[in-house]
Design a protein around this ligand. Sequence first.
Ligand SMILES: Cc1cc2nc3c(=O)[nH]c(=O)nc-3n(C[C@H](O)[C@H](O)[C@H](O)COP(=O)(O)O)c2cc1C
Length: 367
Amino acid sequence: MSDASRETLKFAYWVPNVSGGLVISDIEQRTSWTIEYNRKLAQIAEASGFDYALSQIRFTAGYGAEYQHESVAFSHSLLEATTKLKVIAAILPGPWVPALAAKQIATINHLTNGRVAVNIVSGWFRGEFHAIGEPWLDHDERYRRSEEFIRALRGIWTEDSFTFRGDFYRFTDYSLKPKPIDPQPEIFQGGSSRAARDMASRVSDWYFTNGNTPEEIARQVDDIQSKATANGHHVRVGVNAFAIVRDTEEEAKAVLAEIIEKANPEAVKAFGHEVKNAGKASPEGEGNWAKSSFEDLVQYNDGFRSNLIGTPQQVAERIIRLKQAGADLILLGFLHFQEEVEYFGKHVIPLVRALEESKETVAVAAE
Ligand SMILES: Cc1cc2nc3c(=O)[nH]c(=O)nc-3n(C[C@H](O)[C@H](O)[C@H](O)COP(=O)(O)O)c2cc1C
């Protein structure tokens, strides 16, 4: 397990650039997918101590999420509205090819003083690929392609006369000009199957996984970090969570109960059907959503499982446990983004920082 006294935890939030918020529920959500709402949210987030914003890439609905803004253009707009926040643009190999992604991101890197990062997603939504005329690859083939994509991105960004002979991508003597300025764009990756973990242990700067208990996160982290060490690679870990932080535990739990009670069963089932193409479709049958219950699926990335639902003190302590399990970053979704990001920055992040500083960290971890 990792040392909890290492770097301070980073905080990220999901950019709601897709309609319907982060839960498949008819509960009231004071969140909007518009650019006006999101630019203000990004400003609130950076003033509240958030380090990163993560945009989503989605080409079509099928289970809710009816409207979707494109991730790279949207991310650039958020970067223009802020001065410190880093924005992670989601990129899906297939629709994107590495030459275009490398060029686009290098330009945004120059325009925003190096604050853009990428999240290379591997795809789980077969209906979406079908709708946009993209060939659908088997689970592990998707990761083989993603790994080549990442190797190509790095090569283009750092080498002149870049030559690459892969099964999916080929480059000959390619020199991108201008290359990104330092810091180089960080490369995040989403997915937790064995193929995803192996890829993280070889090429990704960051590994993003769905929400889970500290015990399950520790298992994933141990697997990845032992392989990364053997590969001489350094990778950091981001864990998803849906935060419901209220002044009392009862209030927070009541909100969770209402989200579940007002879940849209048809849309949740349709989503549950689609995500069978993720981890469950891998040779080992493990990975994101492989064990998700109906309640878990109400939040797109199993965010209730991380249990950041309670008072600021309870949530801060549970965040420290995730850090003890090996998380370097906590990725957060909220019901009412603008107001809850601000509340989280005011009431939870300072407690986390205090716990990180104090000996209480050890006591919390030992519970
Ligand atoms: C934090 C996070 C963000 C993700 N963002 C997207 C996204 O924007 N678009 C998308 O199609 N898939 C997204 N994914 C899905 C992953 O890229 C991957 O396809 C999925 O998690 C299945 O992983 P597995 O089969 O390796 O477990 C995301 C996953 C995670 C964990």
